[in-house]
Design a protein around this ligand. Sequence first.
Ligand SMILES: [Zn+2]
Length: 51
Amino acid sequence: MNPIFQAMLKAALFQKVACPSCKRSQVVSAQKKKAGTRCKYCGSGIPPSSP
Ligand SMILES: [Zn+2]
């Protein structure tokens, strides 16, 4: 597969978010980012972010 296409696909599926509580950034799926998720470091909720 084309590596550029692969990178684009990955960027579309996984996005970086910063935890509002501990400020650590982590990669979550775009779906989780939309719906809101939980910080894997401190466990506090990360609210859904609008693009
Ligand atoms: Zn956190």
